[in-house]
Design a binder for this molecule. Structure first.
Ligand SMILES: C[S@@+](CC[C@H](N)C(=O)[O-])C[C@H]1O[C@@H](n2cnc3c(N)ncnc32)[C@H](O)[C@@H]1O
Length: 208
């Protein structure tokens, strides 16, 4: 990862106002963004009156797609400008500046969800980020993460070749086998993987 957390925050603060429009024609590693979100909805059914936290909520696309009318939604994001955009669209969401490692919330959740954000967590902070999420979940709570990920180093090398000039060398995408081990080490069970796009995977894991 060649980008500091401060640089990531600046990047998304600058991108916030045009983010939704730009993602209508997603390319590079984000190719198939909308289809991956839509497929995710098939993979996770939210129970009645649930408390859901979206980490890296951005402008709110994932939380609004997954949640039901009676879902109580919290969201955190590193970028205050993304939070502003999200709050303008979703007045009822409880939003704070916060991160995977320091979420800045004072309650526990039935679901923690996250889309296209976990790869922004610095590799040496990923295990801690999963531990923090585990602690924030209620018993029988579920973690559901969608992101740019690769099944193996070979798959990542192939993706890099296919994406060409749109490959972002400042990012460090997770490799599934490594993340799978981290999730199990954290204490998650029933870890299940789903490929949702050419470069996208979703993982569903439970705190039993
Ligand atoms: C590619 S956007 C995805 C936004 C939204 N989830 C979506 O699917 O459209 C990544 C988001 O994660 C936020 N972010 C980056 N690093 C983060 C971290 N460590 N913790 C929480 N949010 C982070 C960014 O500010 C940005 O809003």
């Amino acid at each position: 990862m060649n980008r500091s957390t401060k640089e990531t925050k600046n990047l998304f603060n600058e991108w916030a106002q045009t983010y939704d429009r730009d993602l209508e024609n997603a390319s590079g590693p984000l190719l198939g963004y909308e289809a991956s979100l839509a497929l995710s909805k098939e993979l996770l059914t939210i129970k009645e009156n649930a408390k859901l936290l979206d980490i890296g909520i951005g402008t709110g696309a994932f939380a609004s797609l997954l949640s039901r009318e009676d879902t109580k939604v919290w969201g955190v994001d590193l970028s205050e400008k993304m939070i502003d955009e999200c709050q303008n669209k979703h007045h009822e969401y409880r939003l704070e500046v916060g991160t995977f490692n320091e979420p800045n919330v004072d309650t526990s959740f039935d679901y923690i969800v996250s889309s296209f954000c976990f790869h922004e967590v610095l590799p040496n902070e990923r295990l801690n980020a999963l531990n923090v999420s585990f602690d924030l979940l209620e018993k029988n709570g579920k973690l559901f993460m969608l992101d740019i990920m690769f099944a193996s180093q070979q798959a990542m090398d192939d993706g890099k070749k296919a994406i060409g000039e749109y490959w972002d060398p400042t990012e460090d995408y997770p490799i599934i086998s490594e993340l799978d081990v981290m999730l199990r080490d954290t204490g998650f069970e029933n870890v299940r993987w789903f490929q949702t796009g050419p470069y996208h995977w979703a993982v569903l894991a439970e705190k039993i």
